[in-house]
Design a protein around this ligand. Structure first.
Ligand SMILES: [Zn+2]
Length: 433
């Protein structure tokens, strides 16, 4: 029952925010675009449902009337209209004295809408605030949820084509949600951590990304290939600072350097179906312009995703780091065909041939520092995860010095092609130290 209410509440709150977003978009496309550029936080529907459930659970005791009436949407609406839910929710939030999360902001906005209608200035303000906290992906998601929910409720509303496959608000949300992000995600998720957290949590998920089985399927070719990632993961299709880029001059000069301090630890390696990834135990760090980032995981692409002077290398290693603020930085080590690489030999010996869970080979220690060349001069640009959900604000540092890998080692890598195509630069500068 609580779940049912949660889903209904979620649908309603996203509907309200989405409807507002939709009308805003029509009346002021520029403003919406600006909002989209301001933030890149992606809403995760599952979390939203969870959060809503928690909120409802917390106020459950106070709301017996709502509980018994909640079987039907009409009953829920009646409860909202009485003002009881809004009052309770506001009181509960006021007690916390903290800034509201985006989810709560949206929820509160939705409840205000149901209680007071769209003419209440506080409702509009609440939605505005919620929208400012939500990026384009989140906006599109709520717009879809809104349109579907309103349509389901019998309202006359135009449902955008992007929203139509999603049968219901709950479903739509979860699809768009977070679980999908994986690798560069690896940038995404699996590793230990995470990439980014929504601020934190979200990022975390992403960073870890590669490793776990993802509920939302994607591939490197065909119907689920990179050209179509944007259908399930809007940032992949609409983002303006996506990675990889083709690295070429003119470059803007920067004067700082990279200072890795990686530690040896138990090897933890996984074939996650998209790449081979090594999850790194805590304690390996890099300083970038003096700012510390923790190494979370590294993984491989074949061929390299980055092109330098128009050409890819045989492969690339992406070492994914995250700082205390949840920002991601990827150090890319390009691998060119040449001599056998003894360090990669160790990794390939233990890398599972087929997708599955992480393995910890008995007594095998590994130090990621052994993968790096001596010279750490780099090219740098601001990009994104190169796998869904393509979250932006990921800093890339591509080492100028390449490392060798033998032809046999290249062909032993179990993925023939796992590189996202080059993305539009949109005027982004490329830096060089
Ligand atoms: Zn990668």
């Amino acid at each position: 029952m609580i779940k049912l209410i949660a889903i209904i509440l979620l649908a309603i709150s996203t509907a309200g925010a989405g409807y507002f977003g939709w009308t805003q978009k029509k009346s002021s496309a520029a403003a919406t675009e600006q909002v989209a550029e301001l933030t890149q936080q992606v809403e995760e529907a599952d979390k939203k449902i969870e959060a809503t459930e928690e909120e409802l659970a917390a106020s459950k005791e106070k709301l017996p009337a709502l509980m018994t009436k909640a079987q039907e949407l009409e009953a829920v609406k009646a409860a909202f209209a009485s003002g009881m839910v809004l009052k309770d929710l506001e009181a509960a939030y006021a007690k916390e004295k903290k800034a509201l999360s985006t989810e709560r902001q949206l929820g509160l906005a939705g409840v205000r809408l149901l209680t007071n209608g769209t003419k209440d200035p506080a409702t509009v303000e609440a939605f505005q605030k919620a929208l400012e906290m939500t990026d384009w992906k989140g906006q599109q998601k709520v717009i879809c949820a809104a349109q579907n929910a309103l349509a389901a409720a019998g309202e006359k509303v135009k449902v955008m084509s992007e929203c139509q496959p999603e049968a219901g608000p709950g479903k739509g949300d979860s699809k768009t949600g977070s679980k999908g992000a994986p690798s560069d995600k690896a940038e995404s998720k699996d590793a230990k951590g995470s990439d980014e957290k929504k601020n934190d949590k979200k990022l975390d998920k992403s960073a870890q990304g590669h490793a776990e089985a993802q509920p939302v399927h994607w591939e490197y070719e065909g119907a689920m290939g990179p050209e179509n990632w944007g259908k399930e993961f809007p940032t992949c299709g609409r983002g303006k600072s996506q990675a990889p880029l083709s690295v070429k001059g003119p470059y803007e000069k920067v004067r700082y350097s990279l200072a890795p301090d990686y530690k040896q630890g138990q090897l933890k390696i996984v074939n996650n179906g998209h790449t081979i990834q090594v999850n790194v135990p805590n304690g390996s760090k890099i300083r970038i312009d003096g700012r510390p980032f923790e190494l979370v995981q590294f993984h491989f692409h074949r061929p390299s995703e980055e092109h330098i002077d128009g050409k890819p290398s045989a492969m690339v290693i992406h070492l994914v780091h995250k700082n205390m603020e949840g920002e991601l930085a990827v150090l890319a080590v390009m691998l060119r065909e040449g001599n056998e690489n003894p360090v990669i030999k160790t990794l390939w010996t233990h890398a599972p041939k087929n997708a599955g869970s992480e393995v910890l080979p008995d007594g095998v220690m590994f130090n990621p520092a052994s993968l790096l060349p001596k010279e750490l001069d780099f090219f740098h640009y601001d990009g994104s995860l190169t796998t869904p959900p393509c979250t932006e604000k990921v800093k890339f540092y591509i080492l100028k010095t390449q490392v060798s890998i033998s032809k046999e080692q290249i062909s032993d890598f179990p993925f023939k092609m796992n590189a996202r195509p080059i993305q539009p630069s949109n005027g982004r500068p490329i830096y060089s130290n």
